[in-house]
Design a protein around this ligand. Structure first.
Ligand code: NAD
Length: 465
């Protein structure tokens, strides 16, 4: 037993033993030591959790105290902020400074925003003789990945709860521990029994059971495009709604009249945030030919300045990747690449799943390096000669999640409008936790965060009078 062992599932407002005694070991990716164990849930556990969520739904949907409950949940989760950062530092390998600011700070901000939205009086809307009502969609299955393990959970759970839905959550089997802190907080805050249920386990067992469950009204998923496709197929049989936040291959466009130094430095930081394990990462840096050599040299120098290592050392900028499988996958892309590698030190510690920040220049926009989501600290630099060419290269992707544009304001905004992506930051515009977040093309369906995220969990009804 370690202090991180969590032997029970949370179903119907109680910590209950799972149907099976099998467990999943959670690894510290920086040391390769086992941190703790969580239940390997089964379809029987999912059945119980869905039944609890279904039973709780009418009461929660009709409740007038959702805002107060979310307020209390925010207070009890906030009191765990230090523990959240430490847990994500341990199970994901996120450097502590970033873990505090992003892995703990962002979900707290998102939860705050949903407590506020739940408190907002519902405005009566009419269209002609119709009264327009927004109603919670029902029981939501939430399936989340490991890269922002609490943020991705809260983005779904807080929005669904604010809308009046009840939830069965399956966190990633690689980083399940932080989700238990949310459940501890929910238990302490008096979230009514059955409103939030958690079943840990693997994707093919627990995730698939949720996605295919006849009594789950909507599946909200974040993760790979391949799994998003499988979930969509599973939900299609019963015409259940899916909301999908999937992969990306975002472009950072540095125009002729950009502040090149800032654009490159911020761009490298964005690409390598969370060791490159970020769906919105600007992994393609597109640079106008007039600045190309300067940008390549600066990107390599910036990457070389990043300290890789122990997440709990305050000088560390890049921790390990989440798992050996993820590291092997990323190194596979690096080894197969034919572009010019300008930096990337392969001599990293033998222990821990570390990958050095790696920069490739002269990358063919059609190559694997420029087309596939690598999900590691690997940046591809591509030259262009005109704004039109930059837009064409940026949009030449099966994905459409995010992007950046740098240049004089009007010109950069014009380019931003032409990108087929759900988010674009112009001249370093900062992340907005209440702005709609989601993807075009194979980056997803639907939007998360803020009021757009809340409405994803609602049905719209027209009553004629
Ligand atoms: P994944 O899609 O396999 O896993 C995400 C979640 O889905 C996990 O909780 C997993 O258990 C669950 N899952 C897996 N198979 C399932 C199934 N058949 N039915 C239902 N649920 C299932 O992603 P991963 O293996 O953790 O990462 C693989 C790749 O996905 C990464 O290399 C990266 O490219 C991408 N990814 C993207 C994001 C993002 O935010 N866009 C996040 C994580 C991973």
């Amino acid at each position: 037993m370690t202090s991180f062992d969590r032997p029970h599932l949370y179903i119907g407002g109680e910590w209950v033993p799972p149907a099976s005694t099998e467990t999943i070991a959670v690894e510290n990716p920086a040391t390769e030591e086992v941190l703790g164990h969580v239940p390997a849930g089964t379809a029987a556990d999912v059945d119980r959790a869905v039944a609890a969520a279904r039973a709780a739904f009418p009461g929660w949907a009709a409740s007038s105290s959702r805002a107060e409950v979310l307020d209390r949940l925010h207070a009890s989760l906030s009191s765990r902020a230090a523990k959240i950062a430490e847990t994500v530092g341990l199970e994901l390998g996120a450097p502590l400074k970033i873990a505090k600011a992003v892995q703990a700070g962002l979900p707290l901000a998102v939860l705050r925003s949903y407590a506020d939205l739940a408190a907002r009086p519902v405005s009566e809307r009419t269209i002609g003789n119709s009264l327009i009502e927004h109603e919670p969609i029902g029981v939501v299955g939430a399936i989340t990945p490991w890269n922002y393990p609490l943020h991705q959970v809260v983005a779904k759970v807080a929005a669904a709860l604010a809308a009046g839905c009840t939830v069965v959550l399956k966190p990633s089997e690689l980083t399940p521990l932080v989700a238990f802190l949310l459940v501890d907080a929910a238990d302490e805050a008096g979230v009514p029994a059955g409103v939030l249920n958690v079943v840990t386990g693997t994707g093919p067992v627990v995730g698939a059971a949720i996605a295919g469950h006849p009594d789950v009204d909507m599946v909200s998923f974040t993760g790979s495009t391949a799994t998003g496709r499988a979930i969509t197929h599973a939900a299609a049989d019963r015409i259940a709604k899916v909301a999908l936040e999937l992969g990306g291959k975002s472009a950072n466009i540095i125009l002729e009249d950009a502040d090149v130094t800032r654009a490159v430095k911020v761009g490298v930081g964005n690409a390598f945030l969370n060791s490159g394990q970020t769906c919105t990462a600007w992994t393609r840096m597109l640079v106008h030919r007039s600045h190309y050599d300067e940008a390549v040299a600066l990107a390599a120098k910036t990457a070389d300045g990043y300290t890789v290592g122990d997440p709990f050392d305050e000088n560390t900028r890049l921790g390990p990747l989440v798992s050996k499988a993820q590291r092997d996958r990323v190194l596979g892309f690096v080894e197969r690449a034919t572009a010019r590698r300008v930096t990337g030190d392969p001599s990293l510690p033998a222990k821990g799943h570390f990958v050095a920040p790696t920069v490739f220049a002269d990358v063919d926009p059609a190559s694997e390096l420029a087309q596939e989501e690598i999900f590691g600290p690997v940046l591809s630099i591509i030259p262009f000669a005109s704004d039109d060419e930059a837009v064409a290269i940026a949009n030449n992707s099966k994905y459409g999640l995010a992007g950046g544009v740098w240049g004089s304001d009007e010109r950069a905004l014009a380019v931003a409008r032409r990108l087929r992506t759900g988010q674009v930051d112009v001249n370093g515009g900062s992340f907005n936790p209440v702005a709609p977040f989601g993807g075009y093309k194979q980056s997803g369906v639907g939007r998360e965060l803020g009021e757009f995220g809340l409405s994803e969990f609602q049905q719209v009804k027209a009553i004629q009078r």
